[in-house]
Design a protein around this ligand. Structure first.
Ligand code: HEC
Ligand code: HEC
Length: 454
């Protein structure tokens, strides 16, 4: 995609829409439909191409850690990880990050239903957790006294589990919080290709946005990067780009989703003395090799799970798109013409990396990794760093072909509905969605075919 292609976007768009409209008048109207998840192999879940032997060994061992199931103290067969709870959303990373392969997003069968009552636990399912719905994490918008909250409130407690004798913690009152309109939901983002995203220098992200500046100005799109407070660097992970690095996200997820204290997040979130069973941090760097690693990875054997999770995601290959068809090629043209790519910037470039597979690579995430005001319809009232209550990171579109749930709260399984949801009072995407709405049905259909090819 060359910047010159988008010179004078409005004029080009108008003449193109006129032609398209004339053509569509001749065709019978039909509602465009999301072709649905693409069949075939997952095209994701493997390592980056070109890893050397040691990197590949570390990747394999790290994937095992990502798959590992934790129990309260690691005493249950098949659940050897240590540190579940006192509060948690699930017992393994891979449960939520599963579709279409380990490392992905929410699977078709919600894994949170079964874990709620595993090993004798008696958790009640909040109404937003359903068997065929997405895995979800809940944040509360405000505290009881009305001050801003925004943090994650875990769905479940270890109370009643056979490995948590004496713990009597209660779940939060989700029905009550829902009734006072205080719950903001998030679904898992896919983790494929995150090493590439991590390896993009801030300057490249800034330059990619600058190259879109005239198109953005013509469409009324502004946006800003989320930045971490101390180094002022661009943070880029999570629905609001709230986290700066894969190690930080790993440590945070281990504590927040599973309750496992670690070297990045060392303290339990709930210190109820009847429910804390292990010395901290529950996950830590090992100080000595305790088994023969000549066939494995000595580095992985010594590393904490937190470091391994980060390495697994860093070395995960990006999702492979489908072979282009005439429909998907047409759809890509529609994508560019209505202005989707003003935010969903197709290509980014990594900087110099110590991993050859990540070194100065051009890749296609379809995101600017910046925050945009998405209006009252999508806004969730949660402030994270520089992200306001209605701003979200442009969701990367790679891997869309095999995704089941869309938007930060997983409110839809329909790509066409996900596009319409971009428009609401205050949204920076309103002009682009107006352009989209004036397309001929066949063009909208081609756009959906293109998105399902990613
Ligand atoms: C209960 C389900 C659940 C579990 C278990 C879970 N995650 Fe996630 N994950 C999420 C959700 C929800 C988000 C989106 C968070 C947000 O932005 O608010 C997410 C986002 C992420 C991201 C951000 C990716 C991006 O594209 O920016 C990373 C990295 C991540 N998770 C890693 C992990 C790791 C590592 C583990 C295991 C320690 C884990 N997750 C366990 C639900 C889960
Ligand atoms: C103003 C910037 C902007 C524009 C323009 C824009 N998007 Fe988005 N897009 C976003 C943001 C931000 C999100 C995440 C919103 C959320 O989850 O609440 C998103 C999410 C999506 C999603 C859901 C992805 C997921 O992971 O669930 C799809 C699909 C999508 N956009 C497609 C499009 C298409 C197609 C167009 C053009 C018609 C478009 N977008 C235009 C910013 C934009």
């Amino acid at each position: 995609m060359t910047p010159s292609k988008h010179g004078r976007p409005r004029n080009r768009l108008l003449s193109w829409l006129v032609i398209a409209g004339t053509l569509s008048a001749a065709t019978t109207a039909f509602a465009q439909t999301d072709p649905g998840p693409r069949g075939g192999g997952p095209g994701a879940g493997g390592a980056l191409a070109g890893l050397n032997f040691d990197e590949m060994q570390f990747f394999r061992a790290s994937r095992d850690a990502f798959n590992e199931v934790v129990s309260v103290s690691g005493t249950i067969a098949g659940e050897a990880g240590i540190g579940l709870g006192p509060r948690f959303n699930h017992n393994s990373c891979a449960a939520c990050h599963a579709q279409p392969a380990v490392g992905g997003s929410s699977p078709a069968v919600n894994p949170q239903v079964a874990v709620a009552t595993l090993r004798g636990a008696a958790n009640t399912l909040p109404s937003f957790i359903t068997p065929q719905g997405p895995a979800r994490v809940a944040r509360f918008v405000r505290n009881a006294d009305g001050t801003p909250d925004g943090s994650v409130h875990d769905l479940f407690v270890i109370t009643g589990r056979s490995d948590a004798p004496g713990c009597t913690l209660a779940q939060p009152d989700f029905a009550g919080e829902l009734a006072r309109n205080n719950v903001a939901l998030r679904i898992p983002t896919p983790l494929f290709g995150l090493g590439l995203i991590e390896a993009v220098p801030d300057a490249n992200l800034v330059a990619a946005v600058a190259a879109m500046s005239s198109l953005r100005a013509s469409l009324g799109i502004t946006g800003q990067f989320n930045r971490s407070a101390n180094d002022n660097g661009i943070s880029r992970f999570g629905w609001k780009a709230q986290d700066k690095s894969l190690v930080i996200f790993s440590g945070e997820a281990y504590l927040v989703e599973q309750g496992v204290t670690n070297e990045v997040f060392p303290n339990e979130r709930d210190t109820d003395p009847g429910c804390v069973f292990n010395a901290g941090p529950e996950d830590a760097t090992r100080l000595a090799l305790t088994r023969d690693v000549s066939r494995g990875s000595a580095a992985a054997e010594l590393s904490s799970d937190t470091v391994k999770f980060a390495m697994f995601m860093r070395l995960l290959a990006p999702p492979a798109p489908a072979q282009p068809t005439q429909g998907s090629r047409n759809g890509r043209q529609v994508f560019d013409t209505v202005g989707c790519q003003a935010c969903h910037i197709p290509a980014q470039v990594t900087g110099p990396s110590r991993f050859a597979a990540l070194d100065k690579v051009s890749f296609q995430p379809f995101s600017d990794f910046a925050l945009h005001d998405m209006g009252s319809g999508l806004g969730d009232g949660v402030v994270q760093g520089k992200a306001t209550g209605s701003q979200f990171r442009t969701a990367p579109l790679w891997g869309l072909g095999q995704r089941l749930f869309f938007l930060h709260d997983g409110r839809t399984t329909d790509l066409a509905a996900a596009i319409q949801a971009h428009a609401s009072p205050g949204s920076e995407a309103n002009q682009v969605i107006a352009n989209y709405n004036s397309l001929a049905p066949q063009q909208k259909q081609d756009l959906l075919v293109f998105l399902r090819s990613l």
